[in-house]
Design a protein. Structure first.
Length: 285
């Protein structure tokens, strides 16, 4: 038996109707493909059908893509075809906190997350040494007023296009992107946010949490939209704390859960496991 020449991942989204799975499976069989992973879901809220497949194929990508595109046209579907093992290009934005950046770059280096980070941009220079430790280019772009923020976003747009960036990761980037920028790259920007029950805003949230004696702290990774911190949620985690934990303990525990939650969201995105269903996400684990 000959060995398949390619291993592809396909995502497929359309309005739910009979025959979709049969048509896709038929196209794969027609291309002498073998399905190695398959997940599907129908949203009762939107009426949309979502599917993610991994397929081993013997022929070239162009021939296989033609067969899938014919099925997609039949169902007016949006679809994407990619190499299972390809690393997506991700740009990371930071401020002063190092924990999320360190975790992302370590996971990139160790091969745990299929991303390639060509550069890290910061509005402060504190994390330049950390990026350099991992051999990643670092650029400092101070933002002190609306003019400097607009200049930063203009530079960012050009960099994203010129370098074919597929994901922007806000790794504790403490600046608010403009609504125009958020809309332009909607579905391609992931942010990490601490999550407390109850919620605490402003400076020193962990200090506020400690003073109130919270019992749960956590983190939420979500897509960035023009509505601040209201984008579709990708991943959430919580951990239990008690009265014996100091403020320092809470900070350390919170940073750990933030790092893990962001890394998981980025991993799922890079593996094409995150699909948007209006304000919600469909996650194929």
């Amino acid at each position: 038996m000959k060995t398949p020449t390619n291993h592809w991942v396909i995502t497929f989204v359309c309005q739910d109707q009979p025959g979709i799975v049969h048509s896709i499976s038929g196209a794969i069989v027609g291309a002498q493909g073998n399905i190695t992973e398959s997940q599907q879901f129908t949203s009762t809220e939107s009426g949309k059908f979502f599917m993610r497949l991994q397929v081993e194929v013997y022929g070239p990508k162009e021939e296989f893509a033609k067969k899938i595109s014919e099925v997609a046209a039949k169902y007016s579907a949006t679809w994407h075809l990619d190499d299972v093992n390809r690393k997506i290009k991700a740009l990371v934005l930071v401020s002063k906190s190092a924990h999320c950046l360190n975790d992302l770059l370590f996971n990139q280096r160790s091969g745990q997350i299929p991303i390639e980070v060509p550069a890290v941009f910061g509005n402060h220079s504190e994390l330049a040494e950390l990026a350099g430790f991992y051999g990643i280019s670092f650029e400092s772009h101070p933002m002190t007023d609306e003019k400097s923020k607009a200049a930063f976003e203009a530079m960012l747009r050009k960099y994203i296009v010129d370098n074919q960036i597929e994901l922007i990761v806000l790794a504790r980037f403490m600046q608010i992107l403009s609504p125009e920028f958020c809309r332009e790259f909607e579905g391609k920007i992931i942010n990490i946010h601490h999550s407390f029950l109850p919620g605490f805003k402003g400076a020193n949230p962990y200090s506020q949490a400690h003073n109130r004696g919270v019992k749960l702290i956590g983190a939420t990774a979500h897509f960035v939209t023009a509505a601040l911190d209201e984008g579709p949620i990708i991943e959430q985690n919580v951990i239990r704390v008690d009265h014996g934990k100091s403020k320092k303990d809470l900070v350390a525990m919170g940073q750990d859960v933030e790092s893990k939650t962001l890394a998981q969201a980025v991993r799922w995105f890079a593996e094409h496991r995150v699909l948007l269903d209006n304000e919600r996400t469909i996650i194929f684990h």
